[in-house]
Design a protein around this ligand. Structure first.
Ligand code: 5AD
Ligand code: SF4
Length: 451
């Protein structure tokens, strides 16, 4: 019997969807060894942190969280001498042996390339004590080959590539996730078919840059072929994240008009609207090219909701550069924008660029962009008022258990009162029709239409 049998564990997940996916694999794997997932650290004999280092705030938060669980007693009746503390993900990959040196109560460190090793490292730490650190530079396995415990049984992440070859000058991801590798299209299609057979309604294809899928493989399969293959499984909702504008092809854009189950939403990070800054970021497209892509997407399907990522305060950003970003955001009219203040990451080229814009100037730019984003989102959502939308229900609202929460095909959150005689638990995972009567910046609300 495994040492992990009946041991309780809790998971802390930070960062991107790739990390959320890795956490689902970690939970599935630990449970296949007999361990039991719990929600709070007080009940957990094992705490696993799946970490992110994309911005400094993520680092600081992790160190604080890990330090703060040190004095929480083990759950009553535990046979362990101490709580096992495990750090994986991007900070694990980056810092390796340095972590137990900084945080001596850390028992296990693993990286982004070897999550399958966690149970073995944990068993070694439990039986022998001491620190167990293993980081691999590169691996040929995909975490998708491991068992998974999905957060929602009806929705699944499906990695099609891992790693990144782009080296945007601000970004640490290529250093902690390694070079880009694509999974064989047959494996992706087979997994997608298995998920659909398992009752999954929504599949999100994942990769740091899904658009460059297949460049490392022999033969022809490209991202458009992956979309077609997964669409053919008949999955109700197909999504993907994240796209790089320089690699988004006309063929993929055309699929928004062709595939009924490809959802009308596209996350296309622009980062900046200034060509000078885009060049310094090594993004390899211009604002004009980006806007052409947006026009092409809207031509293929005018209903597509667009979202993006923007960095404010990249080294050397002038007022004029920022204005170009502001104008681009205004022109596109995004449904959602993730705005970030530039955070220097050691080892990246941008970290050694002259960065002398005063903090208050950057904050003012950031705040004005956030206001614009809110106005755009509000305006964007008005177009749904009066429409009846299919909503994939996730459960009930945290504030009111008689209100259901789900997402529209455009990935906008929708709220609606649950009709008498129905409950959130039985509606979860089903698609219901909601007639929208109110649109706010961050959600829509309406009434369920029953047939
Ligand atoms: N500072 C601020 N934001 C960053 N991002 C990536 N690296 C940094 C950084 N060093 C943002 C980009 C990316 C998103 C996931 O995080 O906008 O698209
Ligand atoms: Fe980072 Fe650029 Fe790769 Fe995205 S494409 S993960 S921003 S290096």
């Amino acid at each position: 019997m495994s040492n992990l049998s009946q041991k309780t564990f809790c998971l802390y997940t930070y960062g991107c969807q790739m990390n959320e996916h890795d956490s689902e694999r970690i939970a599935g794997m630990l449970e296949s060894h007999g361990a039991v997932q719990v929600d709070s650290v007080e009940d957990a004999e094992i705490a696993v942190f799946v970490t992110c280092c994309i911005r400094e705030a993520a680092d600081v938060r992790l160190m604080g969280q890990v330090a703060s669980i040190k004095n929480i007693p083990l759950p009553e009746g535990s046979a362990l001498a101490k709580r096992m503390v495990c750090i994986g993900g991007c900070i694990g990959q980056r810092d390796g042996d340095e972590l137990p040196a900084k945080l001596p109560h850390v028992d296990v460190v693993f990286g982004t390339q070897n999550i399958e090793k966690l149970p073995f490292l944990l068993e070694a730490a439990m039986s022998q004590g001491g620190h167990h650190v293993e980081i691999l530079e590169k691996s040929d396995t995909f975490s998708t080959d491991l068992p998974s415990k999905r957060e929602h049984p009806w929705s699944a992440w499906l990695p099609i590539t891992v790693g990144c070859n782009n080296f945007c000058t601000y970004c640490i991801v290529p250093y902690v996730r390694g070079r880009e590798r694509s999974r064989a299209i047959e494996d992706i299609a087979a997994e997608a078919a298995g998920l659909v057979a398992d009752g999954v309604k929504e599949i999100t294809l994942l990769g740091q840059n899904v658009n460059s899928y297949g460049r490392d493989l022999y033969g022809e399969p490209r991202f458009a072929d992956v979309l077609r293959a997964v669409s053919q499984t008949g999955v109700e909702r197909l999504r993907f994240a994240t796209s790089h504008p320089k690699d988004l092809t006309d063929e993929v854009i055309g699929l928004y008009a062709e595939l009924d189950n490809l959802m009308p939403s596209l996350h296309l990070p622009v980062q900046s609207g200034s060509d000078r800054i885009l060049k310094a970021m090594n993004r390899r497209y211009t604002a004009a090219h980006y806007l052409d892509l947006i026009d092409a997407v809207r031509k293929a399907n005018p209903d597509v909701a667009l979202s993006t990522d923007i960095i404010v305060g990249f080294p050397g950003e002038t007022e004029e550069d920022f204005q170009a970003t502001y104008d681009l955001v205004k022109r596109v009219g995004y449904s959602q924008v993730f705005t970030f203040i530039y955070s220097p990451r050691e080892g990246t080229p941008a970290a050694s660029m002259v960065d002398d814009t005063p903090r208050d100037v950057i904050q003012r730019r950031f705040d004005s962009l956030v206001d614009l984003v809110q106005e755009n989102a509000y305006a964007h959502n008005q177009r749904f008022v009066g429409r009846t939308l299919p909503v994939l229900v996730e459960g009930s609202s945290k504030r009111d258990e008689r209100v259901l929460v789900g997402h529209s095909p455009h990935n906008v959150t929708v709220h609606a009162p649950i009709p008498d005689g129905m409950d959130a638990a039985s509606l979860a995972g089903t698609t219901v029709a909601v007639k929208i009567d109110t649109a706010k910046a961050w959600y829509l609300s309406g009434a369920m239409v029953r047939d």
